[in-house]
Design a protein around this ligand. Structure first.
Ligand SMILES: Cc1cc2nc3c(=O)[nH]c(=O)nc-3n(C[C@H](O)[C@H](O)[C@H](O)COP(=O)(O)OP(=O)(O)OC[C@H]3O[C@@H](n4cnc5c(N)ncnc54)[C@H](O)[C@@H]3O)c2cc1C
Length: 366
């Protein structure tokens, strides 16, 4: 409540000391004349008068809150520590072999996890995010603006998530990008089969020989480290990473930057990028860029699906600036491509288990 005169504050304080019912009556008495227009003599604003009469109608004196008698259940420090560490280490144990590892929890990675949660909620999905805060570049629109533009028909996911927007014809505008990002994230994280490991960087890839695939090598997981440790590699020695095997890796690291495009840069150094090098994203062309990202979403090398702006790095396709439809649809598409990769792998393993030759296993995987 704002702008109470000193006299009014004294009256209210003495009324609350005298007990709730008396205080409520006093507020009603004070508020009623002040609610009349042009009363002139009062320092109450009309809105604080309305607040006061609301409290009075609720039978509450102004100093009473529903939490005045709040009392916490008891706790011990060791219990807090165990509650966190037991779960984290159980997760590390469980997700050491994941069905899908998504690298990067920006808009494309989150959209992928969302779609997987919808169509394959039984899969074990680990999301690796180097930043403490997941969400990547999707907390703001463009530059440092608030609104987020989503080109139709990518907005259909907003309808599913019940995120409100203004319809501007060919595109919709979410009043604040953070509204979409936080809603998407909360949907993803409610899925018990999704584990977000934030503040964990993917430093490298696990790559295994595989005679059943083109090129004879398959991405089989990720090499991880606490981000703070990864950042300290130049100043410390002997800080070996951790590892996580995956049926398929979906890389959504975003475009090049201090942490971006990790997977494609590593694939290039391993000689696994078709054409041998990562050309980097092309110049901005909104009209062309979004279709190129969605259309290009694919298993770029055996075992790894690429989605979002990281794709533009390997394809040299144009950047699109602050329109987010492509990230959403590319992420969703990547989920289905990832499922197809898992299915191919399952068929190849089944053929091999039946004693088939490598060629037969490869044929089964097609
Ligand atoms: C200078 C600048 C220019 C930009 N220009 C464009 C543009 O032209 N077009 C455009 O679409 N967007 C642009 N953006 C940002 C835009 O907001 C994001 O590119 C967009 O959100 C892409 O979504 P994404 O999901 O592909 O990647 P991002 O939103 O970038 O998300 C990638 C996520 O992966 C995480 N990550 C990266 N590497 C690792 C790793 N090794 N281990 C774990 N996590 C990792 C990041 O922390 C991040 O959360 C620009 C941003 C900047 C800063």
């Amino acid at each position: 409540m704002a702008a109470l005169s000193t006299a009014a504050q004294r009256r209210l304080a003495s009324s609350s000391a005298a007990g709730p019912r008396r205080g409520a009556r006093l507020v009603a008495r004070v508020a009623e004349p002040l609610a009349q227009p042009n009363s002139g003599s009062s320092s109450f604003s009309s809105s604080s008068a309305a607040d006061a009469s609301l409290l009075a109608r609720a039978g509450l004196p102004p100093t009473t809150t529903p939490y005045d008698d709040f009392k916490f259940a008891p706790i011990r420090e060791a219990a807090v520590s165990r509650a966190m560490t037991r779960r984290y280490f159980r997760d590390l144990d469980e997700f050491a072999e994941s069905d899908v590892v998504i690298v990067g929890a920006g808009s494309a990675g989150l959209a992928c996890a969302y779609e997987l949660g919808k169509v394959a909620p039984h899969l074990k999905i680990a999301m690796m995010e180097q930043s403490v805060a997941p969400g990547g570049g999707a907390w703001l629109g463009g530059q440092l603006f608030s609104a987020m533009v989503v080109r139709k028909p990518a907005h259909l996911m907003l309808d599913e998530l019940e995120v409100p927007y203004e319809d501007d014809g060919d595109y919709v505008v979410v009043r604040h990008a953070a509204l979409l990002t936080s809603t998407l994230m909360s949907h993803v994280l409610k899925n018990p089969n999704v584990k977000l490991f934030n503040a964990v960087a993917v430093e490298d890839l696990i790559v295994k020989p595989d005679d059943t695939v083109a090129g004879g090598r398959r991405v089989a997981g990720v090499v991880t480290n606490w981000s703070l440790v990864a950042q300290a590699h130049g100043t410390q020695s002997c800080m070996d990473p951790n590892v996580m095997e995956a049926g398929v890796v979906v890389s959504a690291c975003g475009h090049d930057g201090p942490f971006g495009a990790t997977s494609v840069k590593r694939l290039a150094r391993l000689g696994m990028v078709p054409g041998g090098e990562v050309p980097g994203m092309g110049a901005l062309d909104m009209e062309a860029a979004e279709g190129a990202i969605v259309g290009g979403t694919r298993e770029v090398v055996p075992g790894m699906v690429l989605t979002g702006m990281e794709l533009a790095e390997v394809d040299g396709s144009p950047r699109m600036g602050p329109t987010f439809g492509a990230m959403i649809v590319s992420g969703r598409r990547a989920a289905h491509v990832a499922l197809a990769v898992l299915e191919k792998k399952r068929r190849a393993a089944a053929a091999a288990a039946k004693g088939g030759s490598t060629v037969e296993a490869a044929a089964a995987a097609l």
